[in-house]
Design a protein around this ligand. Structure first.
Ligand code: GAL
Length: 847
């Protein structure tokens, strides 16, 4: 025993010596300055060390500052080294030269918190962001700078872009936030996915790229710049990859590292669309595949998606939730198993770091769809990745004299080229099912205020013909009224026949309500795929004068597409009246009055002072269009995240204590396919979706920090008509936790054993169950050792089931916050079906 110990320590001393010699050898050729960031073909080099960096996107205005420390800590606990964020120009410069860096836009505070946590920052200055953010991050006033054309070789645009970029860089320098100054920023980004635009517009695009690169580099940040999705990024800028998979990607020069700046963890939700999910097994597979092919930087987009508060959602039709199926959910809670499985992946990758940064992989075929990638450094470090690309079959491969079982579509990581510490498809962490529970059992008591359905007051403007909406509103509001008069002759045939003429209104988007003499006549809206729309309907016109009022509504400005700044919104016509004696009358060129915004917006009904400036009526009629609702409520005890369940409402906006929660639109039901989905096989954003036929978004995040203990003002504006008595305040908690673990033993079918040999030695995995802090396991909803089916929340017994499956869990888990049970037949009263591959599925209720 003593000898063994001695040998062990000699060995490790020897290893230490070898590794420090190699470190010396390795790094004498690299810059040895402290506080430096550079790169070579293998990796980003921070303070002289090549690093495998794991990064995650958290956009600061998509949460509240009170959430930031916890989000950053959870990112760190999840194994991240870097936080990546865009800088949101329109949030910081709402009008030219007037800057805002407070509250959710306190960029410096956000970066300093990341530094405090000991993480790095990748700052995507852009200033074009895309990001499903209103107007892609550009301020709307920018569109009205004379002679401007966005994202091309255009002087006014370049001047504005250079101005803002410089402003941000100087701000970061003044606060000493670049790594070379001792700060956390190790990377910056200029532009965003400009490659496809450049390809489309040609020469001016290329000139703009050259200009943008030089402008950025000349700012002398001391840290590298990257351009994502830009194959021709000029030196020294690193071109990087964005996508669901990036293993195929190579940078444009062999002295640049292989970087993946957006590894999409899910996808965004649009109003009218289903909610996308990306299985974590595939996410982990794509990351392992990237690393095994020599990648050294990976950023999860998003690691925490958050919320599009206010009118920050891009679009049109981007939902208020920007959850993104990210490892940390919209509410700031870890999403399991995504967060935990990726944490395990990061730990495995980090165990391989020294081999990964010092060697190129040797690739060997292990079968038709199987490969090994081995990184072997001169110092003796060895890391191997064993991949099975087959999307259907488990495969047993031989590697360096040992056998390894590889589930379909998976990669095993062997940090010592021997022992598997992680397989991308074997999820060892639990699944948590979140629930939304009402916390105000008495409901809210509402009062109402009717919005005017047409306005003829002094601030309306009258012109001949139809105007583009954003040119008129400058996007200070979603709403623009278009109103016109129509005179109907008493001799009109339709009046005599008791019929109605047909009105048709063509709009460039995004939604509209038609009112005839103050009565709602119909509603139409576009979709994520096509924002344009046409209203066609019978309208109740009477003899004499009639008012046609169209409330046109923008639902977020476009954030992507060549020259999206030129895309129109609003009623551009034609507007036609059919079925008159004269045939049809074109109303497009007659006099139209325009009113920007709602009366309630002008009165600031969402604010405390504004809401007390008018008389509110008690709630009698429901389902009234264009109605304001108000209530006062107390904050529920506890610190669980809160949301409003808006399921009974149509479309509108919500404010709490004067702060905008965002647009709500539960009446827009999700259209799409929500089939069962397997993790294996190539993922696309439409592969795994939920909510088909239901509201695209039912719950709306209410940040706790926006609430006082009592007297909170909640105001809604409802466009369509909804039932506010159905609204409730809910808290988000862990409802139950599940483990779904395979018993790994030689029980495969005979043909399989014949084809691939006997599987690995049996392992004895454990099922771990954890409720959240403050919770306990109150019951075991399901437990089956055998061949259970289904997923967490809807497990079912299969044909094989150990009848003592529940016992160990009931004994060890009830009343505990957490517990673990070894998965082996004896624990469940013996093997219920010998020679069958079994697993354990368990669901425990947390309370
Ligand atoms: C990328 C873009 C991101 C985001 C993403 C989709 O192409 O760079 O900003 O829009 O698509 O969520």
């Amino acid at each position: 025993m003593e000898l063994k110990l001695l040998m062990g320590s000699t060995n490790s001393r020897f290893l230490l010596l070898v590794s420090s010699i190699t470190t010396l050898l390795l790094f004498t050729s690299l810059p040895s300055v402290t506080c430096s960031v550079s790169y070579d073909k293998k990796a980003i080099i921070v303070n002289g060390q090549r690093r495998i960096l794991i990064s995650g996107s958290i956009h600061y205005p998509r949460s509240v500052p009170e959430m930031w420390p916890d989000l950053i800590q959870k990112a760190k606990d999840g194994g991240l080294d870097v936080i990546q964020t865009y800088v949101f120009w329109n949030g910081h410069e709402p009008s030219p030269g007037k800057y805002y860096f407070e509250g959710r836009y306190d960029l410096v505070r956000f970066i300093k918190l990341i530094k405090q946590a000991g993480l790095y920052v990748h700052l995507r200055i852009g200033p074009y962001a895309c990001a499903e953010w209103n107007f892609g991050g550009f301020p709307v006033w920018l569109k009205y700078v004379p002679g401007i054309s966005f994202r091309t070789d255009n002087e006014p645009f370049k001047a504005a872009m250079a101005g803002f970029t410089k402003k941000i860089v100087e701000m970061m320098k003044a606060e000493e936030l670049f790594e070379t100054q001792g700060g956390p920023i190790i990377l910056s980004q200029i532009e965003n996915e400009y490659g496809p635009v450049e390809w489309e517009i040609g020469a001016p695009g290329r000139a703009y790229t050259e200009w943008a690169a030089k402008m950025a580099v000349d700012l002398g940040t001391g840290v590298p710049w990257i351009m994502c999705k830009q194959d021709d990024a000029p030196d020294p800028i690193i071109n990087t990859c964005n996508g669901f998979y990036c293993d195929y990607f190579s940078p444009n020069k062999d002295y640049k590292p292989k970087m993946w700046t957006e590894a999409w963890t899910g996808w965004f939700t649009g109003f009218g669309g289903p909610v996308p999910h990306r299985p974590v097994e595939d996410m982990a597979f794509s990351v392992a595949k990237f690393i095994q092919k020599g990648g050294s930087f990976i950023n999860y987009y998003m690691y925490h998606g958050g919320t599009n508060f206010g009118r920050t959602a891009g679009g049109p039709f981007i939902a208020t939730s920007y959850d993104y199926d990210a490892p940390i959910d919209e509410y700031g809670l870890v999403r399991q198993p995504k967060w935990g499985h990726l944490k395990d992946l990061h730990r495995a990758i980090k165990m391989c770091e020294s081999a990964l940064v010092s060697a190129d992989p040797t690739v060997t075929s292990l079968g038709n769809y199987q490969e090994s990638h081995v990184f072997e450094s001169k110092s003796g470090a060895c890391a191997a990745f064993l991949a099975n690309y087959d999307s259907k079959y488990f495969v047993k491969v031989a590697f360096r004299g040992m056998h390894y079982n590889l589930p379909p579509w998976s990669i095993s990581i062997l940090p010592d080229c021997k022992n598997t510490v992680f397989n991308t498809a074997r999820v060892a962490v639990q699944t948590s099912q979140m629930i939304m529970t009402p916390v105000n059992s008495d409901g809210f008591s509402w009062v109402t205020y009717n919005e005017e359905t047409a306005s003829y007051n002094d601030d309306s403007m009258t012109v001949d013909g139809l105007l583009e909406q954003i040119n008129v509103t400058r996007d200070v509001t979603d709403y623009l009224w278009y109103t016109t008069d129509v005179t109907i002759d008493p001799d009109e045939g339709f009046l005599k026949k008791g019929e109605y003429p047909v009105l048709s209104v063509l709009s460039a988007g995004h939604a509209l309500h038609v009112f005839i003499n103050g009565e709602l006549s119909g509603t139409v809206y576009g979709s994520l795929d096509n924002p344009k729309l046409t209203f066609t309907g019978n309208v109740n016109l009477r003899a004499g004068n009639n008012k046609i009022s169209v409330l046109s509504i923008a639902v977020g400005l476009p954030n992507v597409g060549t020259h999206f700044e030129t895309w129109n919104a609003g009623v551009l016509g034609p507007v036609m009246l059919n079925g008159l004696n004269e045939g049809r009358r074109d109303l497009s060129w007659q006099k139209w009055s325009y009113k920007v915004g709602l009366k309630g917006e002008a009165l600031q009904l969402h604010s405390l002072s504004g809401s007390s400036s008018v008389e509110w009526a008690s709630l009698i009629a429901q389902k009234q269009p264009l109605t304001w609702y108000k209530t006062i409520f107390s904050a529920p005890a506890g610190n669980e995240p809160l949301a409003l369940d808006m399921g009974s409402m149509g479309k509108g906006q919500i404010w709490i204590n004067g702060q905008s929660i965002g647009r709500y639109w539960p009446a827009y039901k999700a259209y799409g396919t929500c089939d069962e989905c397997s993790y294996s096989g190539t993922y696309t954003e439409k592969k795994c979706q939920t909510n088909c036929g239901e509201a695209s978004q039912r719950w709306y995040h209410v940040p706790r920090s926006w609430l006082y203990p009592t007297g909170n003002l909640l105001v809604l504006f409802e466009e369509w008509g909804g039932d506010p008595t159905g609204i409730s305040l809910v808290k988000r908690t862990v409802g139950s936790v599940c483990a779904d673990v395979s018993e790994w033993q030689p029980t495969l079918k005979k043909w399989h054993i014949k084809a691939y040999g006997k599987p690995e030695m049996p392992q004895r995995p454990k099922a771990h169950l954890w409720c959240a802090n403050g919770q306990k396991i109150s019951s075991i909803k399901f437990a089956s050792f055998g061949t259970p089916e289904g997923v967490c929340g809807s497990f079912q017994e299969g044909s094989c089931h150990a009848h003592k499956s529940y016992d160990a869990f009931e004994k060890n888990c009830i009343g505990q916050q957490w517990c673990s049970v070894t998965i082996s037949p004896e624990v469940f009263g013996g093997d219920p079906c010998p020679n069958v591959m079994k697993k354990l599925a368990v669901e425990a209720i947390c309370q």
